[in-house]
Design a protein around this ligand. Sequence first.
Ligand code: HEM
Length: 415
Amino acid sequence: MDAQQIAQVTDMMYALRNPAGLPTYPIIFVALGVLTFAMHILFVQLLLGTSLVALYAAYNNHPLWRRLGAAMIDVAKVSVSVAIVIGVAPLLFVQVVYDPQWYTSNVLSADWVISFIILLILAYWAMYYFYFQNYKREDKTAQPKSRWSLIVSMALMLVVGFIMHSLTTQMLHPELWQSWYSNQGKLDFSGSQLHAYNPWRFAFFISMAIPVTGAMLVTYRRFKSVRSDADHTYLNFAAEVGKKWILVGSIISFVLYVAWMASLPETAGNFATSFWGILGGLGVIGYALWAQIRLRGEAKFCSYMALPMALVIGLIVATSREVLRYDILNGFFNYNFFDYKIVMDWYSTGLFFLTFALVGGSVLAYFLTIAWKAGQTVGVYTPSATVNKMGTVAIWIMVLWMIQFFAVGFYIWAK
Ligand code: HEM
């Protein structure tokens, strides 16, 4: 592309920018986008990886695998809901800061964006179908019923992920938007195609399901091992599988990361050999090295660290991924999110962070405490008075939040 063509693309993107501006500094949206994307993709990887364990176990007669599969389908169905809920957050942030790119990419593939929801619902239904067919079985080592539904679920989940991947890739190619929309003079308003993808990048994010699920298995052993009815043969088996998955998975992901970097478009300049380009890869392979050192032998006390550490690696990769987007859109196409017009709104910015900390904090603290204690209790868990109080406080905080929401709304409306 010559300088004039690049300038045209730059102008086009600035013309598409929302003239209303942003309510706070753009870097805040980008930072939150990176953080929430790392959390989203961690749960996506968990849901895919634990489904894979369940699927493998469904086709394997080994009784320990069968038990592990039955336990992991529970993790998978919770992970889907968390992945979906947390997925909304990066969606909000990316569409605020990168609105010209995100909306164009969505409109160019509108059919896929709409079918995304339908496919996701079908994928989740298929997973629940498998679950409901099997959860009441007394004998967890028997062959599960309706194994096909888990295969359908995983296949659809991958299609859903691929749609997201394609939308994210299309936004990095503003130079091609016009040719996608007017192919050889013929206008295409259908939105029926996914125009861009990078198989290595997609495979990399999906492959991280293996080490992340390995981390889950190691943590699972640590979590369950304190119960008086713990079956250590089974739990040690789970942790051994986990350690293997961390090692093998990190190596596979590292190779795919290198392939992704090697296949970057020329608009990415020398990102692959830049600090963030290299750090992303080092993070992935570093996870395997860290796990080899920390998780040697039983290592009971440190095994909780495996999952938080996977999130740290995810954050490094998410940052690299964001720097890549910046390097392409700003470095090559001169579109800089830092120069977004700001119409400062302290109330909404403050409310956002307070909601996050107080509403999110209190509700999550309550839910996590209940889930944690229930998981470690043999038989029926009865919450203590303190835990019950945590629940009451969380409800009151939500009620106060709703009151202020309507009070401020009415005040502004009446003004
Ligand atoms: C449960 C199935 C899902 C899977 C397997 C999945 C998978 C993925 C993958 C692989 C990526 C990375 C794409 C890339 O960078 O190449 C991604 C990004 C993303 N996902 Fe999901 N996803 C799922 C559900 C969702 C849902 C339900 C939402 C929103 C409601 C969502 C929102 C996002 C957003 C906004 C991004 C891109 C963020 C950005 O570009 O900064 N995802 N997803």
